[in-house]
Structure formats: C-alpha cells, structure tokens
Design a protein around this ligand. Sequence first.
Ligand code: GAR
Length: 191
Amino acid sequence: MKKRLVIFASGNGTNTQNVIQYFATSKSVEVVCVLSNKKDAKVLERANAAQIKAVSFSKAEMLSPDGLVKDLKELAPDLIVLAGFLLKFPEIILREFPNKVINIHPALLPKYGGKGMYGKHVHEAVIANNETETGITIHYVNEKYDDGATIFQTQTEVSPNDSADDVASKVHQLEYKWFPKIIEDVVLKQS
Ligand code: GAR
C-alpha cells in the first residue's frame, strides 16, 4: 500500500503543487488530501486542478475533538506536511499523530522563527539584519512555533542589494528542490 500524505497550507500553495507533482507518478507515496484554514486559498484551486481532494476548515473545527482530528483519523496519513500553514498547529492533532507532522520554514531556524515569522516577514527581517545567507529548515512540529527537531537545512546566499522578493525567490527554489525529496525520505521510514 502507498504511504499517505496529507498537506496543510494557508495560501498560494506553490510548494503544495510541487509536492503533488513530485508524487503524481510515485509507486510508493500519494497525496491524499490538501487541507486549508482559508476557504478561498489558491492552494485549494491548485489541488483541485491536480484532482486531489481539497477541503477547508474553520478554526473551531480545527480545535474540536469531533472536527478535523476525526476527519484526519479517517484519512489515516502516514505523514502530515505543513507547506505554508500559518496557524499554530493544534495539540489535539499532534497528540493523535506523534512524530508524524513536519513543517518547512523559509529560514535557518532557530533564526527568524516564532510567531509572526512567516513568508515575506521572514525575508524582510533577514535583509534588515544584513544577513549574508539564509535558507530553509524542514523540521518536526511540536507544540511551539518553529521549534521541533530539525530534519534538514540548506543555505543560499543573500546579496547586499537583494530585495525581500529576491530572497523569497531564492528560498522558494531551495524549497522546490528539497522538500519533496525530504518528505519522501521521512515518510518511507515511517512504520
Ligand atoms: C513557503 O516559503 C514556506 O516556507 C513558508 O510559506 C511559504 C509558502 O509558499 N512557510 C512559513 O513561513 C511558515 N512559518 P507557497 O504557499 O507558495 O508554498
């Protein structure tokens, strides 16, 4: 049986689309559902276009024992992947899926993590601090923001005249290259 991935995303969803494409022809891993806390998120359109089940949920459903956690149990994921999911991931779900939730963060954690540090805010902070490098971190999710054990990190250079958009684009290239492969490694090791 194929290993089952469920993806959580809040916005545009280019990583989600990339992960869906990567596994579209896989014999061992499949994306079974994309979930979003925003009902008008572009990521839901992208999933629909790829014929992957795409569902939005409210914050109340996310936190209720009869809500999302129940649906997730039915989906029976081997791995839950956060790809631009901007809410704190609920403990009620973490408890049900220990060591089965991973996140991608667009910086070299522990730098530039924590509440409010997402998307463009991260890249603006990197530039404001005159960093010469940034990167991506793929890590397990725990009950704190951007705090679980690191699985993978890789770097890219920040040039003195890079804008936040330039940095975002460099970081996205790293994400597209590495995230599907790391997901594959992690999920194939899950029992
Ligand atoms: C990605 O760069 C991801 O690392 C980041 O949001 C972006 C989503 O892009 N996640 C965070 O900032 C989480 N703290 P996408 O919607 O195009 O995949």
